[in-house]
Design a protein around this ligand. Structure first.
Ligand SMILES: CC(C)(COP(=O)(O)OP(=O)(O)OC[C@H]1O[C@@H](n2cnc3c(N)ncnc32)[C@H](O)[C@@H]1OP(=O)(O)O)[C@@H](O)C(=O)NCCC(=O)NCCSC(=O)C[C@H](O)C(=O)O
Ligand SMILES: [Mg+2]
Length: 292
């Protein structure tokens, strides 16, 4: 039996410069934390932010969360030193910002390989530039199935809006085609996909709707900027009670002696194929029901 996939329903950005926010992490119910050295850190604070993060992560317990470090772009002034510091801290993943091409990911991949960093240290990639969206197919080819470290695509809606000039309002209708492309590419490459942030962290009703929209599009979870957003993300990206019950019915239906070995059966007037059995097992694994 396979182990259950690691949940990435709620993935919280924490600026590496914000000591109060760093201290709060241990008490939060998010699945993962992204320690940010990039957008949330002003240029004049980049070096002190890196030092603070090294200090914090050297002392902090890992608890039950996935730890990810977002470095600055390798092509810029701070990226190489960030990568060096980040790899020494042995996070679960390093998140690369402003990725344009597969080459941007391979560059980081090669540096880690050359330093003999174990392959368990994954790379995550921000999809937040027009070129990244256009290059999604080749980028998604860099997954672990193909010997590279890429494990997750993370949408950067703020930068996509900035770079394209589209409006983020109206239920994100202009973003939706690109969001779906990102999910599609992630699935093709066997990667996870995380939806972008919602800046309006006081409007939790709108946020809950956006989480449900992201879950309906097939994202594995949502990136967050504030602790108040964790609950809605965990709820939206967890399988519902109805979905779990339905999956259990499908598994039970295929397990009966009369259905053993059949490719297609019927239950309650609906056709069920073995592909639905696969889907049901995956959903139960995500729900922590031990099936995979
Ligand atoms: C947006 C914020 C600046 C608001 O912070 P603050 O004014 O402190 O909010 P509150 O007073 O409501 O905070 C209540 C308590 O919660 C703690 N807190 C706040 N935010 C976080 C956090 N992210 N992680 C952990 N803890 C947090 C406060 O310290 C308060 O604690 P206490 O007083 O002890 O109860 C702030 O939320 C913030 O900085 N958020 C993250 C911003 C960030 O990281 N931005 C970069 C990533 S978003 C992005 O750019 C994605 C992508 O690249 C794109 O292009 O879209
Ligand atoms: Mg960004």
């Amino acid at each position: 039996m396979q182990t259950a996939p690691r949940p990435r329903r709620s993935v919280l950005y924490v600026p590496a410069t914000n000591d109060k926010a760093l201290a709060k992490i241990a008490s939060l119910a998010c699945d993962a934390v992204i320690f940010d050295l990039e957008d949330a850190v002003a240029p004049e604070e980049k070096v002190t932010a890196r030092r603070s993060l090294v200090r914090f992560l050297s002392e902090a317990g890992r608890a039950d969360k996935e730890f990810v470090i977002r470095i600055n772009a390798l092509a810029g002034e701070w990226g190489r030193d960030d990568l060096e510091a980040a790899r020494a801290l042995r996070p679960d993943a390093i998140l690369l910002p402003k990725v344009d091409t597969p080459g941007d990911i391979l560059e980081a991949n090669d540096i880690l390989d050359a330093a003999e960093v174990p392959p368990e240290l994954a790379l995550w990639a921000m999809v937040e530039t027009p070129r990244a969206v256009l290059n999604l197919g080749p980028i998604a080819e860099l997954g672990r199935d193909r010997g590279a470290r890429l494990a997750c695509l993370v949408v950067g809606t703020n930068d996509l809006v900035k770079e394209t000039g589209i409006s983020p309002a109206g239920g994100r209708q202009w973003l939706v085609p690109w969001l779906l492309q990102i999910v599609l590419a992630a699935r093709a490459g066997g990667l996870d996909a995380l939806d972008g942030v919602s800046n309006d962290f006081r409007d939790l009703d709108a946020f809950a709707r956006e989480c449900l929209q992201g879950a309906a599009m097939g994202f594995d979870g949502k990136t967050l900027i504030h602790p108040a957003q964790i609950g809605a993300a965990n709820a939206a990206f967890s399988p519902s009670g109805d979905a779990v019950a339905e999956a259990e019915r499908i598994v039970a239906a295929f397990a009966t002696p009369e259905n053993a070995g059949k490719g297609v059966i019927q239950a309650d007037g609906r056709m069920i194929e073995r592909l639905h059995l696969d889907q049901a097992r995956k959903l139960l694994a995500r729900a922590g029901r031990g099936q995979a």
